[in-house]
Design a protein around this ligand. Structure first.
Ligand SMILES: *Cc1c(COP(=O)(O)O)cnc(C)c1O
Length: 378
């Protein structure tokens, strides 16, 4: 955890709003993931935070990547260029999966040169891939329960398990090769049963496919691994133990297992530091205005359904107050019930565990640019 004194010093040096990324924490999260899920290769879901420095740190640690757009693909590809030429030719499946089940024709055409591994979940997509990316390998995305996830994904993607083998057969008939299955249990999944049920569903499809003559080689268990935002989130090792037990029971060692952790690797690795730029009392309640808000680093409040706690450097008796971002929109509300000591204009406040789905979806709304990023312990 980055010490308060360090945050204060960095804010003084760089100004605010400031987004401090601790690479030691990223390496620690990656090591924890690998240690607890030894059978599983991690493909970092770049959308959680696409900063090239994060991609390089994870690559150096041995991580692979999940991308969902051509720009994300290129961020990864360009930041792992120091790879030996030989490795670069056939590294791609080991290092990148293109895990967006829906791809524009133009994207498929660009991807095809890399012989990528891509996901799909419907017949139209098979036709598109056959025509525009015939050299791609496929993974079928299954629909699985997303019960209790903070961010639900199952209403948008995933083939029903009843149509899975038919979709594998259709891809085969189109001259494509289906390498395996993927799923996503929903982001910030604290209901560990989702993983157990999804692994069971996938095992059923593996069996049915095999009985119809299709040998699947890989299982991608997706993302969703919860970040420890509060003490209610059960420890990762408990989830990992259940996943490992189910995988060992249902999938022989020769099946390659992948996962696409996003939040788990980066959420705890960033802290934002912001400054009080305005102060009022409205209907008796103390209101603070910060130089960062919901259109910027705190965008996860809207897009990610995530509430972030603010902490002050200053000490003193606290009161419940409202905290707003700098734009003119009332939507730009960080909290209506934050407990803070009385702050002065120019005081800094900070928010930890804000590394995922935050800076990544920051905008330039109202002329306010995204927070400046500083990397420490690179
Ligand atoms: C967003 C996403 C992820 C990452 O999810 P987390 O909950 O951040 O781990 C992984 N895979 C796919 C396909 C995604 O869309």
């Amino acid at each position: 955890m980055v010490q308060k004194s360090v945050l204060k010093q960095l804010a003084r040096e760089h100004g605010t709003p400031l987004f401090v990324v601790d690479h030691q924490e990223i390496r620690r999260n990656y090591a924890e993931f690998r240690k607890r899920l030894p059978r599983v290769q991690a493909y970092y879901a770049v959308k959680a935070n696409p900063d090239p420095a994060i991609v390089r740190t994870l690559y150096d640690a041995g991580c692979s990547f999940d991308v969902a757009s051509m720009p994300e693909f290129l961020i990864v590809h360009e930041n792992i260029r120091d790879l030996p030429a030989k490795a670069r030719q056939d590294f791609i499946w080991d290092k990148i999966i293109y895990a967006n089940p829906i791809k524009a024709n133009e994207t498929l055409e660009e991807l095809d040169a890399f012989k990528p591994l891509v996901t799909y979940d419907n017949h139209e997509e098979i036709r598109k891939i056959r025509k525009h990316a015939p050299h791609a390998g496929l993974a079928l995305r299954l629909q699985v329960p997303n019960t209790g996830a903070m961010v639900e994904l199952s209403s948008k993607f995933g083939a029903a398990s009843g149509e899975a083998v038919e979709l594998i057969e259709a891809a085969h008939d189109a001259g494509l090769v289906v390498e395996g299955l993927s799923f996503h249990v929903g982001s910030q999944t604290t209901n560990f049963e989702n993983y157990v049920q999804a692994i069971h569903l996938a095992a059923g499809v593996f069996q049915e496919a095999e009985s119809r003559g299709f040998e699947l080689k890989l299982l991608d268990i997706g993302g969703g691994f919860p970040a420890p935002y509060n003490s209610q989130v059960e420890p990762f090792k408990k989830l990992a133990r259940r996943i490992t037990a189910e995988l060992d029971r249902l999938f022989p060692k020769k099946i390659e297992i992948l996962a696409e952790p996003g939040r788990f690797l980066v959420a705890t690795a960033a802290t934002c530091v912001t400054k009080v730029i305005g102060k009022a009392r409205r209907e008796g309640k103390r209101c603070y205005y910060l130089d960062d808000g919901v259109y910027h680093t705190f965008s996860g409040i809207l897009f990610d359904h995530c509430q972030y706690r603010l902490q002050a450097f200053r000490k003193g008796p606290t009161e419940i107050c409202s905290v707003f971002g700098p734009t003119c929109d009332a939507l730009d509300t960080i909290s209506l019930a934050e407990e803070l000591p009385e702050l002065r204009l120019g005081d800094h406040v900070f928010s930890r565990n804000i590394g995922a789905y935050s800076h990544a979806s920051s905008t330039y709304f109202n002329g306010f640019p995204p927070a400046k990023v500083v990397h420490i312990n690179c």
